[in-house]
Ligand binder design. Structure first.
Ligand code: WQD
Length: 340
C-alpha cells in the first residue's frame, strides 16, 4: 500500500513540483487547493509528467468542515505538506487580516484535525525571512529570529511557534519545518512552473517576462549595497531540488521515532548570487538579452542572505544540485510556453 500524503496548496508553484516528486517516489497524493493563485490545468501538467492524476479537492483550508470532510472521504492520510498560504510580501502589508486568516487558520485547522484522523506528521513551508537581515552569512538554523518586517513574514514566525507549542504540549504529531531561501526555475519538462498573478513582484518571473517582451525592462532595485557588485545577494534554489527535499523530509518524519518531534532545516544552495549575477546567468544560459535599468532600492529589502545548508545535507541527506544556468534555462522554457 502506498503511503498517502495530503498536499495543501498542491496546485501552486512549489506545491505542484512537490506533488510530482512525491508521486515519482511512490507516494499517493491528495491535493487540496482553493485555486486562489493557481488553476486546474496544473493537474494536467502533473499528470503529463508522472502519468498519474493526483486526487484533487477544490476547497479552502480555513474552513475546518471542508478539511474534516476531506479526511473522512480520504481515510489513511499519514502526512501533510502545508503549502496553502498567501505569500506576497507587499500585499500582506495592505491586507494583513487576509494573511493572518489564511496562513494561521489553515495551520490551526490542520493541527487540530491531525490527531483525530491519525495523521502522524506535518511538513511546514517556512521562509528565510524569519532571519531578517542576518548578522553573518551563510546563516544556519541556530541564528536568531529577527522581528518580522511584514505581516507575511510574521505569519511564518507565528506558524513556527504554533507548531512548536502544540508539540511541546504533547500533541501526538511530528513536524519538520523547512525554511526556504529563494525558490526559482521550473520543471525541466516545462509542463509546470510558476504562474504569477498580474505584475510579478519576484525577480525571476519579472526577468523572464521582460525577456519575453511582456515587460519593457527590468529594474534592478539598487546597486549601492555593501556587496561586490552593489546589488543584493540571495540564495536562489532550484524549485525541483526544493521539491525533492520535501520527499526526504516526509520520509524521515514518518519513518523515524528516535529523532526530535520537531526539526528545522534551511533549504538553500549555500551559495550567494547577486541580482546582477543572476541576470548574467540567464543571459548566458539562454542567449537572450534582458533589458534592464538600475533603479532605487526597494523598501524593506535585505542586503544579503544565503544559507548554511549543512544540516539538511547531512541529516536529510539532501543537497541542491542543479546548476543555476540550468535553472534559468528551465525558467525560460516555461516562460516560452505561457501565453503572452
Ligand atoms: C530578490 C532580489 C530584489 C524584483 C521574497 C520573500 C521571501 C520569498 C521570496 C515567498 C531582491 C531584486 C526583484 C525586481 C529586483 N517568499 N529585484 N528587481 O525579496 O528576496 O524574497 O520572495 O514567497 O519570503 O521575502 O525575493 O525575488 O522579490 O527579490 O532587482 O523587479 O531581486 O530587490 O534583491 P526576496 P525577490
Amino acid at each position: 500500500m502506498k503511503t498517502k500524503i495530503l498536499v495543501t496548496g498542491g496546485t501552486g508553484y512549489i506545491g505542484s513540483h512537490t506533488v510530482v516528486e512525491l508521486q515519482q517516489s511512490g507516494y499517493d497524493v491528495v491535493i487540496i487547493d482553493n485555486l486562489s493563485n493557481s488553476n486546474r490545468e496544473v493537474l494536467d501538467g502533473i499528470e503529463k509528467i508522472t502519468g498519474i492524476r493526483p486526487e484533487f479537492v477544490e476547497g479552502d483550508c480555513t474552513d475546518i468542515d471542508t478539511l474534516r470532510k476531506l479526511f473522512t472521504d480520504h481515510p489513511g492520510i499519514k502526512g501533510i505538506i502545508n503549502f496553502a498560504a498567501s505569500k506576497a510580501v507587499g500585499e500582506s502589508v495592505q491586507k494583513p487580516l487576509l494573511y493572518y486568516r489564511n496562513n494561521l487558520m489553515t495551520l490551526v485547522n490542520l493541527l487540530d484535525l491531525m490527531p483525530q484522523f491519525g495523521v502522524e506528521g506535518i511538513v511546514f513551508s517556512s521562509s528565510c525571512t524569519v532571519y531578517g537581515e542576518p548578522d553573518v552569512n551563510p546563516i544556519d538554523e541556530s541564528a536568531p529570529i529577527k522581528p518580522a518586517t511584514s505581516p507575511y513574514g510574521n505569519t511564518k514566525q507565528i506558524c513556527e511557534e504554533i507548531i512548536t507549542d502544540y508539540i511541546f504540549a504533547g500533541a501526538p504529531i511530528k513536524s519538520i519545518i523547512l525554511r526556504y531561501f529563494n525558490p526559482v526555475g521550473a520543471h525541466p519538462s516545462a509542463y509546470i512552473g510558476e504562474l504569477p498573478n498580474g505584475v510579478p513582484n519576484n525577480l525571476v518571473p519579472f526577468l523572464t517576462q521582460t525577456a519575453a517582451g511582456i515587460r519593457e525592462k527590468l529594474t534592478v532595485f539598487g546597486t549601492d549595497y555593501d556587496t561586490p557588485d552593489g546589488s543584493c545577494i540571495r540564495d536562489f534554489i532550484d524549485v525541483v531540488d526544493l521539491a525533492k527535499a520535501h520527499v526526504v523530509a516526509m520520509k524521515r518524519m514518518l519513518d523515524r521515532n528516535d529523532t526530535d518531534n520537531i526539526e528545522i532545516f534551511n533549504l538553500g544552495t549555500g551559495r550567494g548570487l547577486s541580482v546582477l549575477e543572476l541576470i548574467a546567468s540567464f543571459e548566458r544560459a539562454t542567449g537572450v538579452k534582458v533589458p534592464y535599468v538600475i533603479g532605487e532600492r526597494r523598501a524593506g529589502d535585505i542586503e544579503k542572505i544565503w544559507a548554511e545548508p549543512t544540516k539538511a545535507n547531512t541529516v536529510l541527506g539532501w543537497k541542491a544540485e542543479t546548476d543555476i544556468d540550468d535553472t534559468m534555462r528551465n525558467a525560460w522554457r516555461w516562460q516560452c510556453k505561457l501565453p503572452k
